[in-house]
Design a protein around this ligand. Structure first.
Ligand SMILES: C[S@@+](CC[C@H](N)C(=O)[O-])C[C@H]1O[C@@H](n2cnc3c(N)ncnc32)[C@H](O)[C@@H]1O
Length: 235
């Protein structure tokens, strides 16, 4: 895209920016550029993404290449002994987060969907982190009390209506100076508008975002990255 230098040119650009198809194509180009100028994606993740798209419902749920690299980088910065992930799906983010673990570190990952177990197991076994991943099948509210922590890093990425419950269950198990990452907090932009009273996920996320902002036990920044990613540092 080129910026126009005539008055009409600016008008045309303005009209284009109001066209959702144009802005969508533009943001896709930006994302491709960003991906191409970030660290290369490990082969196993390329394969996992491909297989998720071919075999699993709702592949959009997967963190994806750019967010995956960010999660890996954050994990490397923290160099955790213990990570907890709520919402494994096909294990893309699990493998990205595992990249930063200490040699004897463990990532615990919870998912309630039994149908995902074969693909999770296949890729976890194939990865370099086979012995460092502990998988739990069940509702996160039931599994979490079994895990004592302390955790250096947490990734909340499951059912949105329970984000506040997950946060409150996790916080006492977090190390001081640990980090809680919450995904999808912008919920395709729905959180910025008045929510439909029947839309429980949007309402829950609006409350969650407000709560984190006002919670003095953490320092929080909401990044408008992908579908919204909140970083909450445990004080
Ligand atoms: C957005 S996906 C997770 C994506 C994954 N973290 C990634 O980045 O690739 C959400 C997952 O949460 C799981 N889930 C939903 N409700 C849950 C619950 N109550 N307890 C545990 N897992 C749940 C779903 O089965 C789904 O696999």
């Amino acid at each position: 895209m080129q910026f126009q230098n005539s008055k009409n040119g600016f008008l045309m650009l303005d009209q284009k920016m109001n066209n959702p198809k144009f802005t969508e194509a533009l943001s896709e180009q930006w994302i491709n550029y960003a991906s191409n100028h970030s660290e290369p994606i490990p082969e196993i993740l390329i394969e996992l993404e491909r297989e998720t798209h071919q075999k699993i419902l709702q592949p959009r749920m997967l963190s994806g290449p750019l967010q995956g690299r960010l999660l890996s980088l954050i994990s490397h910065l923290i160099n955790p002994v213990s990570i907890i992930e709520i919402g494994t799906y096909t294990g893309y983010a699990t493998l990205c987060l595992a990249e930063g673990l200490q040699e004897k570190g463990i990532i615990h990952t919870i998912d309630s969907n039994e149908e995902l177990v074969p693909i999770q197991q296949h890729f976890f076994n194939k990865s370099a982190f086979k012995c460092q991943i502990k998988r739990y099948l069940g509702a996160a509210v039931e599994v979490l009390p079994e895990l004592s922590g302390p955790f250096d890093l947490a990734f909340i990425d499951a059912d949105k209506v329970n984000y506040t419950i997950y946060f409150e269950m996790l916080l006492p198990k977090m190390k001081k100076g640990g980090l809680i990452i919450s995904d999808n907090v912008l919920w395709s932009g729905k959180v910025i508008k008045k929510a439909d009273p029947k839309d429980e996920s949007t309402i829950a996320l609006q409350h969650y975002n407000e709560k984190l902002k006002n919670d003095s036990r953490v320092k929080t920044v909401l990044l408008p990255f992908r579908d919204g990613l909140t970083l909450s540092w445990v004080c």
